[in-house]
Write a protein that binds this ligand. Structure first.
Ligand code: XMP
Length: 518
């Protein structure tokens, strides 16, 4: 658990589209923040000693039957509260104000007029600022003790506050980018109203995490399955810092990695950071199992099962292991945990890359990144001394290149794809685009087509290039790569990669397509 020395802010989630975004904004302001179910009791809230509470938006209307609400004792805890959208309407209703449904719906950007009476919530915010609204219900009358702090054309009570009790509400969404001064408003609430100290930094996280890992593991031994991805690598390095050689990392090279990948992982972890690393070269074993298999789902299943078997064998070889380190991130925890399900404890989703380890392994999980978002993991990685190439590595699927070769996987196709993929990565890196593009890679299709090289007719393979922008991999858009970059990629692939005579660029978004081709 986190130590109580760091300031904590709790976001009570009413099923908001934006609850995670609120938590992110708070953390960007260097204040540690967690999302909790709206139904959490005042007692449970008080026991966490939060500096502030934020009531999120949500799809319900406060006058609906069974509209979600908070434990009313929460308002009496003396903890500063900011209600956003639904959260504000709820606060207004609960404390004796009036909320009206459907009087003046407002959706989208609008202009916000900050009231004359100076409120710490709007300190330093322009008197006429832009904000983003999305609501049907409206607060008509703030509760006794509250002042109207801002209004818009259709929303006379766009913000309200009770400075005595430190209770505030905003009808608009300060957490979205369409409210350009929103971060300022959130910071004002955190610092000027709730007195937060801004003590959430990557360095402070590392110190705390190392202490709590030591507490959890004590003198025990741990293993970590490394995929070479950012999350498992950072988790392993953090645990290594805490328990040293009591951690053994197992890196299963399934032979489906990108060019230079296995060497890079081993080089950094073992040679540079001095970690105990068992590398299992299992490429023969995987390729033998994949022989003749064309169906993508079947390929995935074979790889997943084989991975687990090999990892189990290796873990059994290291005796007396009690702990398994995994790089589970906060979004995975929230997705499967709190949300609007009253009081539900966080359920842990199994790591994609390890994919449901068998229960008879009976290892206790160590998940030091459970509180972090991806960008925070990257900052922690840098603090731990990991090189930027590792920290900013693009996501790579557990089944590796097998999902980027259409049809049967064999050694020759892997070689072809690795070469083509290395060119894509190199050119995107050279163009300085590797940080702005979420993923970029080559796919080896099962199509052949006619070409001409020199004076000779060729009948070669077709490579597809995929480059996408995304926030989280759930939706994606194709990256508008400069023509010159696409041209260099295509010309280098057909010239340098034997057997490839055609390159196409994938311009579908997700949905309807997926990121990987499979
Ligand atoms: P799709 O293809 O479903 O991919 O749009 C979404 C994101 O997930 C990655 N991906 C995986 N990651 N294990 C992983 O760790 C997997 O089995 C896996 N399959 C897809 C994909 O690269 C993209 O970032």
């Amino acid at each position: 658990m986190k130590e109580s020395s760091t300031d904590l802010v709790l976001v009570l989630d009413f099923g908001a589209q934006y609850a995670q975004l609120i938590a992110r904004r708070v953390r960007e302001a260097r204040v540690y923040c967690e999302i909790a179910a709206y139904s959490v009791s005042a007692e449970a809230v008080a026991s966490r000693k939060p500096r502030a509470l934020i009531l999120s938006g949500g799809p319900a209307s406060v006058y609906e039957e069974r509209a979600p609400g908070v434990d009313p004792k929460i308002y009496e805890l003396g903890i500063p509260i900011l209600g956003i959208c639904y959260g504000m309407q709820l606060m207004a209703r609960d404390l004796g104000g009036a909320v009206s449904p459907h009087v003046s719906r407002e959706f989208g950007k609008c202009s916000l007029a900050i009231g004359e009476s100076a409120s710490p919530l709007f300190e330093g915010v322009s008197p006429a600022t832009q904000c983003w609204m999305s609501h049907g219900d409206t607060v008509l009358q703030p509760p006794p003790g509250f002042k109207v702090l801002a209004s818009s054309a259709n929303t006379p009570v766009a913000a309200m506050g009770d400075e005595e009790r430190n209770l505030y509400g905003v009808q608009f969404h300060p957490e979205v980018v369409h409210t350009p001064e929103g971060s300022r408003i959130i910071s004002n609430f955190l610092y000027k109203i709730a007195g937060c100290r801004g003590d959430w930094t990557a360095e402070s996280f590392v110190d705390q995490a190392v202490r709590s890992i030591r507490q959890q593991i004590g003198e025990g031994k741990a293993v970590c399955a490394l995929s070479g991805g950012v999350d498992s690598t950072v988790a392993a390095v953090l645990v290594h810092r805490a328990i040293g050689d009591a951690l053994t990392c197992v890196f299963v090279d399934h032979g489906l990695l990108r060019k230079g990948e296995a060497e890079e992982v081993v080089g950094v972890l073992s040679n540079k950071l001095g970690m105990k690393l068992v590398t299992v070269d299992a490429s023969e074993r995987f390729l033998a199992k994949l022989k003749g298999v064309e169906d993508p789902e079947q390929k995935r299943k074979i790889i997943g099962t084989e991975f687990i078997r090999i990892f189990e064998d290796e873990a059994a070889r290291i005796q007396d292991v009690k702990y398994l380190v995994q790089g589970t991130l906060y979004p995975d925890v929230i997705e499967s945990g709190t949300g609007s399900k009253a009081g539900a404890a966080a359920v842990i989703k199994s790591h994609h890359n390890v994919g449901g380890l068998p229960s008879d392994m009976r290892l206790e999980l160590v998940e030091p990144l459970r509180q972090l978002f991806k960008d925070e993991v990257r900052r922690v990685g840098l603090v731990l001394g990991l090189p930027e190439e590792v920290v900013y590595r693009q996501p790579f699927p557990g089944p590796g290149l097998a999902v980027r070769i259409i049809g049967e996987v064999d050694r020759e196709k892997l070689k072809t794809l690795r070469e083509a993929d290395a060119i894509v990565r190199e050119e995107i890196g050279k163009a300085g685009l590797s940080r702005s593009i979420w993923q970029y890679f080559a796919v080896l299709t099962d199509l052949r087509s006619v070409g001409v090289m020199g004076d000779k007719r060729t009948y070669g393979r077709m490579v597809a290039v995929r480059a996408i922008t995304s926030e989280d991999g759930m939706t994606a858009d194709w990256a508008r790569l400069p023509d010159a970059v696409l041209e260099r990629i295509a010309s280098r692939i057909v010239n340098e990669v034997h057997g490839v005579n055609r390159v196409v660029y994938d311009i579908t978004s997700k949905p309807p397509a997926t990121i990987e081709w499979e």
